[in-house]
Design a binder for this molecule. Structure first.
Ligand code: SF4
Length: 263
């Protein structure tokens, strides 16, 4: 059976085939982490940011709305956060960092908003113009791959796809490049037109966009095809362990460390 892969399943396989096996074939549960939960919260805030009523009609009101959403979403996920058994001060530092990331994102949003207002838009129209399609999921039966895009801007003939990242670094790594190539491929298959730009919004820093060209899309196709040749079986021994510093590090370990090395 050919599995439907995703950017994260392919990147997991490349990181360690055994990890892929435990996660995607045995479907063993993973331990929640602050990075995963915090990432989910920040994504939710940005997804809901654009749902505003007529009372929000100034930059200040928008900023307050954004931080109110952070507080609300943080408290909605508080029981999950408590289960991490983190020191209260440490948890607070993640909250503050999330607020800083959103503040940074908002500063960039504000600049785009001001351009619209300067060009004569009303506040409502300017926000509407900057509102993207959020959380778009495409699956390709042809390439047996799926992707979940955080943000898609379609402006006339111009399309830009963005993914939010809360990571510490701001480089388009080969893993991110593959993810963006897959998004470009999926979008083109679904819409009959390539996006013009794809990129990562590194919330701590800024957006980095790359042009969509044949090379990007062909690289993604090649990786997907290669994956399908490697994940055709359900036999654990076809998924070797790839030991690396990602098995165990100073403050944690891979979810499957015990299975790999203690059993
Ligand atoms: S502990 Fe290491 S070898 Fe085992 S699944 Fe995790 S990354 Fe792979």
């Amino acid at each position: 059976m050919v599995r439907v892969e995703s950017p994260s399943s392919i990147n997991t396989y490349k990181q360690c085939p055994r990890k892929y096996y435990y996660h995607y074939i045995e479907e063993l549960p993973t331990t929640p982490s602050i990075h995963l939960i915090r990432g989910k919260i920040v994504h939710e805030v940005l997804e809901n940011f654009y749902e505003i009523d007529s009372k929000i009609n100034s930059e200040d009101a928008l900023r307050l709305h954004l931080f109110w959403l952070l507080e609300k979403t943080w408290s909605e996920h508080y029981s999950e956060l408590l289960e991490l058994n983190m020191d209260e001060r440490k948890l607070k530092s993640y909250y503050d960092e999330s607020k800083m990331m959103l503040q940074n994102w908002f500063s960039r949003f504000k600049k785009k908003l001001r351009v619209q207002l300067k060009n004569g838009s009303t506040f409502k129209k300017a926000v509407k113009h900057l509102t993207p399609i959020r959380e778009m999921e495409f699956t390709s039966d042809n390439f047996k791959v799926r992707g979940f895009m955080d943000v898609v801007f379609e402006r006339g003939d111009n399309t830009v796809i963005l993914d939010y990242k809360t990571s510490k670094k701001s480089d388009i790594t080969k893993e991110y490049r593959l993810q963006l190539g897959i998004y470009a491929l999926l979008y083109e298959e679904e819409k009959g037109k390539r996006p013009d730009l794809v990129g990562i919004d590194f919330l701590k820093y800024s957006e980095i966009l790359i042009s969509v060209d044949d090379k990007l899309v062909e690289e993604a196709k090649k990786e997907i095809k290669y994956m399908h040749t490697k994940t055709i079986t359900n036999n654990k021994h076809d998924y070797p362990k790839k030991t690396s510093p990602l098995c165990r590090w100073s403050s944690g370990q891979c979810d499957y460390y015990e299975k790999c090395f203690r059993q």
